[in-house]
Write a protein that binds this ligand. Structure first.
Ligand SMILES: CC(=O)SCCNC(=O)CCNC(=O)[C@H](O)C(C)(C)COP(=O)(O)OP(=O)(O)OC[C@H]1O[C@@H](n2cnc3c(N)ncnc32)[C@H](O)[C@@H]1OP(=O)(O)O
Length: 418
């Protein structure tokens, strides 16, 4: 048996790609083998140097991949993010520090590249806090009991002069990217989607053996502008007495105006045979329940942390976003072996823009970099973290000041699993 220390952690070559994918499938409890077609499709994601594997006796036993992403922050600017994904360690090699080795090297490389933050969607809550990540957005999924909504069962399209049309995958690839760019400019937490995202989501490129083509709908305003789009699938269930019991599952739904959101949700609740709509992961403060005459018809099915953020560069991160009010705050950031530790003064002017610089002044609050990640997009409350003993107030009332600056009136939302 190879000694533990001999396990080689390094970027993979293209020739090792199939073995690497097999290891990833094993880690994610999926069938290990893949068709040549699926492996070839996945090659589109291969960027030399950014797919890492751990090798024991020549066999891949751990996987890790990162890619360049843009994350929208408060105020609408985008910061360069190091998106971490495809993280697995085979069950035979767990808890020997392989993830720690891969993550430590990755975060140092990301900092070296000049990335402002690292991002990921955590499979399980306890994994990533130790590496300085904090849950920065949360997601809520609702299940709508359609007959209970109180919506008019005779609904025949939007009342606002707009229209909802079924479209094809090709239309989605044509119209979707611009719509997503509009969302990106206004919604903190949204991440960039490249062309491959649109091709995989519409089945033009298939990373898995099975792909169920969804239905696609577009909402256009009375002026003819595309303001919303959704993809959904349905099952085929009938009860006794020929009663339709179908569920529509939303894969994704983008609305850049409240009218678009209203029209798309009402449309989904109007499809004949559909008695239940699962919303997919929405922002916890999504308009959805309140768009229904009876909001209780939308029951929360899932509520959980979603996008985790790891601040790599405090100065650039805090200067990239805007703030809800003017003021100043000195933060003492602890980052044991990471790049973000230090004391920083944030000064926010009347127009909501901030400047940030290292300082030797007394700190107002002291916190771990993972909690800075949780606060960064405006979702978490410093007052709440003080109550939990995670943020220390060095000056009375400083956590309230932090919240007045950092928190936002609408919650951030990351619509994508990556
Ligand atoms: C962004 C993404 O891709 S999310 C997907 C993550 N992958 C998965 O969940 C697939 C199944 N799980 C796995 O592949 C592995 O268990 C991993 C990747 C989560 C962890 O890999 P390992 O190599 O075992 O982690 P490593 O040995 O470096 O552990 C470091 C520390 O984290 C802890 N830890 C690791 N995974 C977990 C977990 N799932 N839950 C709780 N603690 C964990 C370890 O106990 C260890 O703690 P210690 O330093 O106090 O001893």
């Amino acid at each position: 048996m190879t000694s533990r220390a001999a396990i080689d952690v390094r970027p993979i070559t293209e020739a090792e790609f199939a073995d690497w994918n097999r290891a990833m499938n094993i880690g994610f409890l999926r069938e290990p083998s893949m068709s040549e077609e699926v492996i070839d499709a996945r090659r589109a994601q291969f960027t030399p140097g950014r797919s890492v594997g751990a090798f024991d006796a020549g066999r891949c036993v751990a996987t890790f991949r990162s890619f360049a992403q843009e994350l929208t922050v408060v105020g609408g600017a985008a910061v360069q993010a190091d998106a971490v994904t495809n993280v697995t360690v085979s069950p035979t090699h767990r808890r020997r520090g392989l993830l720690t080795r891969m993550m430590t090297e990755e975060l140092a490389a990301a900092k070296g590249r000049g990335d402002v933050v690292a991002t990921l969607i955590a499979a399980e809550y306890p994994i990533y806090g130790r590496y300085g990540f904090g849950p920065a957005t949360w997601a809520t999924e609702w299940t709508i009991d359609v007959p209970r909504t109180g919506l008019d069962p005779r609904w025949a399209g939007p009342e606002d002069g707009g229209r909802v049309d079924l479209v094809d995958a090709e239309d989605v690839r044509k119209l979707g990217p611009e719509l997503h760019e509009r969302l990106r400019r206004v919604r903190p937490g949204v991440v960039s989607r490249d062309e491959l995202w649109w091709r995989t989501t519409t089945g033009a490129v298939r990373f898995h053996a099975t792909f169920h083509e969804p239905f696609y709908v577009v909402y256009r305003s009375a002026a003819g502008e595309v303001e919303g789009m959704a993809a959904y699938t349905t099952d085929d269930r009938w009860g006794d007495g020929k009663q339709p019991l179908n569920t529509a599952r939303v894969k994704w739904l983008t609305g850049v105006t409240p009218a678009a959101e209203r029209a798309l949700w009402h449309y989904l609740c109007s499809v004949d045979w559909v008695v239940r709509v699962r919303s997919g992961y929405r922002a916890p403060d999504d308009l959805l329940p309140l768009l229904l005459p009876d909001p209780r018809a939308a029951a929360v099915t899932t509520h959980a942390d979603f996008l985790w953020v790891r601040v790599l560069d405090v100065v650039r991160a805090l200067e990239a976003r805007t703030y809800e009010g003017a003021g100043s705050l000195v933060l003492e950031v602890a980052d044991a072996d990471g790049p973000a530790g230090g004391r920083y003064r944030l000064e926010v002017s009347e127009d909501g823009t901030g400047t940030c610089a290292p300082t030797t002044e007394n700190a107002d609050i002291a916190l771990d970099v993972s909690d800075l990640g949780a606060l960064y997009l405006g979702d978490e409350s410093a007052v709440r973290l003080v109550a939990l003993g995670r943020v220390r107030e060095e000056r009375a009332g400083a956590a309230r000041t932090a919240d007045a600056l950092l928190r936002t009136s609408r919650r951030p939302w990351c619509p994508d699993v990556f």
